[in-house]
Design a protein around this ligand. Structure first.
Ligand code: KG4
Ligand code: ZN
Length: 335
């Protein structure tokens, strides 16, 4: 079955064609990096307007790349839950028009479920049950994945998401946007032990996260250097900050895996592209006899292929939406 996926929940306008929830025939992503750089982050109203300008071209490009037309589409899956309301509305309106005009099923998808399916697309053999860490600009969550589309929330962030912390620290240090990839690259030249930043909640009994205290520590360390007129070792600050985030993410995920007695973990979302996070996960999991799965790099950040794959799985369970489908900017993942 050929599914057209549409994703416009934040700052990427994306469309993809995926066959049987497995084979990516095309995946087109138009980023709004020019706007992000100009405004230092996502401005919801401006992002929504840009989606409106781009969505038609992006869908056409996805069709052309796959050598298909709208007549070949057998279902449309669209991110309708979790994201910026104006942005979500653009994708959902486009998906409804295609569903209505071509008389094909419409499936509303939760954005985080999309991220979970990025790993299913990359690793068809991904075992269940497993523990999934989803880390992005908008969320940080630990989930027990009992089966595809069946989840239990184990922990979440109490304040900033991990990617948000990367972006805010990069902005504070005067680095480019989005901050995650920039800090990742800069950290390779830095000493990750130069600053001993806190590992928030690493020993707390819950599996929740908090990154705002770490952010404050980094800002204070920077300000102390400035006050003392000392050189600003940006690469060391970046590497030490990244190490603290990585330690917390890996530590909590290992605890969740232990609590649940699973031997597989998956990591997904924009931050799962982080090279140090991947390295520490690989090393730690190897020592503990746990298999770890990451999406292909192109599927870590927001994309419509993961939405098409998740939509296909929901459709197989008989969960199809209709033209009354509405957007929900902030709803828990149901499973
Ligand atoms: O999944 P995504 O595209 O959007 C959301 O659903 O939020 O994730 C974007 C986030 C941004 O905060 C970005 O800084 C972060 O993922 N990110 C990274 C890396 N690449 C992207 N964070 C750390 N290291 C990276 N290499
Ligand atoms: Zn995302």
């Amino acid at each position: 079955m050929l599914v057209l996926g549409i994703e416009t929940s934040c700052d990427e306008t994306s469309a993809a064609l995926v066959a049987d929830g497995k084979a990516i025939l095309s995946s087109t992503i138009a980023t709004q990096l020019d706007l992000l750089r100009k405004y230092g982050g996502v401005v919801p109203e401006i992002a929504a307007r840009r989606h409106t300008e781009l969505i038609g071209y992006v869908i056409q490009e996805a069709l052309d790349t796959a050598g298909k037309t709208l007549d070949d589409i057998e279902a449309v899956a669209v991110t309708s839950k979790q994201g910026l309301i104006g942005c979500l509305l653009v994708g959902v309106a486009a998906a409804k028009s295609i569903s209505y005009s071509k008389q094909v099923p419409l499936i509303g998808v939760h954005h985080i479920e999309g991220h979970i399916f990025a790993n299913r697309l990359s690793h068809p053999d991904l075992p269940v049950p497993h523990v999934c860490l989803t880390v992005s600009g908008g969320h940080t969550m630990l989930l027990y994945v009992e089966n595809d589309c069946q989840y239990t929330l184990l922990g979440t962030t109490l304040d900033d998401a991990a990617g948000e912390a990367f972006d805010k620290i990069a902005k504070f240090l005067g680095l480019d946007f989005p901050g995650g990839p920039v800090i990742d690259k800069l950290s390779r030249q830095g000493d990750r032990k130069a600053f001993n930043f806190p590992r928030p909640m690493i020993r707390s009994k819950t599996l929740d996260f908090s990154f705002s205290g770490l952010k404050t520590s980094v800002i204070n360390a920077f300000k102390n250097k400035v006050a003392r007129n000392e050189a600003l070792p940006l690469a060391d600050i970046a590497a030490s900050f990244q190490e603290a985030v990585v330690d917390v993410l890996v530590g909590k995920t290992m605890r969740a895996a232990e609590d649940r007695g699973v031997t597989a973990v998956s990591v997904t979302g924009g931050v799962s592209a982080n090279s140090r996070l991947r390295q520490v996960f690989e090393e730690t999991c190897k020592k503990r006899g746990i298999d770890v799965f990451f999406p292909n790099l192109s599927l870590c950040t927001d994309n419509a292929a993961m939405i098409a794959a998740a939509g296909y799985a929901r459709m197989k369970l008989g969960e199809v939406s209709d033209l009354r489908l509405n957007v929900s900017p902030n709803v828990p993942l149901e499973g």
